[in-house]
Write a protein that binds this ligand. Structure first.
Ligand SMILES: O=C(O)CCC(=O)/C=C/C=C(\O)C(=O)O
Ligand SMILES: [Fe+2]
Length: 314
């Protein structure tokens, strides 16, 4: 097998405000099985599609897509901090190939990433540096957002590059499904907060970082008591989305506009474009089989929480 895919929701709330032990066990079992499968696959290269939450990408320059030539994680919400093991020459080749293929992704030689990248690297791979990883950012919270179609085309271009390496490549998608945690919006803030979103938030003082994290934890507590305190989760849409990916109908999502998706499933649901990109990358290896599907709405994590694996058909 030359490639394996794993998509998984992430949540900064794990360990801070958890669901009942039985649910936590269920999720841990799903993650443990994925981790075991990945260890057996023993990737030579990992390509990780993830969003950011105004920790590394800001409105001073906000790309739709960015490929990391080098990257470090900030360690928010108790996730791991430090350098990722990015194979720079290979990442440069990836960027060259993607641009030559018609997708104008930005590059970063100092990509700052948050739990969106760190959590899957820790949970699925065992740490930030366990395997060589090319991090690929997809803007999922800062309008104007890329479309489903562009995320799919990015994924296809990266998949063609991945295939050309001849390596065992693990494709990861991080984030989603339906959810809308409290993430500030430029159109709704001013003063210091607007300045933070334009770039001064890149290096937050510890007390502000802590206050920001507590805001999310408090919102989760409220959400459990009142599902209308935030945009409600949408299990029906989430299951349809999983059906769409599992049946390789990725381009069916092309026509779904960003405003429409926000209205259906919440403003952070755009993170599912990382799943679309990962599946599109897999499609460059030929027909695939999706398996180990998991889904549960978990209000404690403000998340339609899911997982889906896939591999090429034998
Ligand atoms: O600026 C803030 O306070 C952002 C809060 C934040 O980082 C929330 C993140 C939530 C997720 O990553 C998620 O549910 O996917
Ligand atoms: Fe997120």
């Amino acid at each position: 097998m030359t490639t394996l895919l794993q998509c998984l929701s992430h949540t900064p709330l794990v360990g801070h405000f958890d669901p009942a032990p039985a649910v936590l066990d269920e999720v841990e079992t799903v993650i443990a099985k994925a981790r075991e499968r990945i260890a057996t696959f023993d990737p030579e290269l990992v390509i990780l599609f993830s969003p950011d939450h105004y920790n590394g990408f800001f409105y001073d320059v906000m790309p739709s897509f960015c490929i990391g030539m080098a990257a470090h994680a900030i360690g928010d919400f108790g996730t791991a901090a430090g350098l990722l093991s990015v194979p720079q020459a290979l990442a440069e080749q990836c960027a060259e190939a993607v641009l030559a293929d018609g997708i104008d992704a930005a590059v970063s030689y100092r990509m700052q990433v948050d739990h969106g990248f760190a959590q899957p690297l820790e949970d699925l791979l065992g740490g930030l540096q366990r395997y060589p990883v090319i991090p690929v950012f997809i803007n999922s919270v800062a309008p104007p957002l890329p479309s489903f179609q562009r995320a799919r085309l990015l994924g296809e271009a990266i998949g063609r590059f991945a295939r050309s390496t001849g390596k065992r490549v693990l494709l990861l998608g991080s984030g989603g499904l339906s959810h809308q945690p409290p993430v500030p919006e430029l159109a709704r803030v001013e003063g210091l907060m607007a300045d933070r979103l334009k770039g001064s938030g890149r290096y937050l003082p510890a007390d502000e970082r802590e206050a920001r994290q507590q805001r999310v934890i408090s919102a989760a507590r409220r959400f459990v008591e009142d599902p209308n305190s935030l945009h409600p989760l949408n299990p029906e849409w989430d299951q349809q989305f999983l059906d769409t990916l599992a049946s390789a109908r990725l381009s069916d999502l092309d026509g779904l506009g960003n405003a429409e998706l926000s209205a259906i499933a919440g403003k952070s649901t755009h993170e599912v474009k990382t799943w679309v990109a990962a599946f599109a990358a897999l499609s460059a290896f030929g027909p695939f089989d999706a398996f180990d599907r998991y889904y549960r709405p978990i209000p404690e994590w403000i998340a339609g929480y899911g997982a889906l694996a896939a591999r090429p058909l034998a």
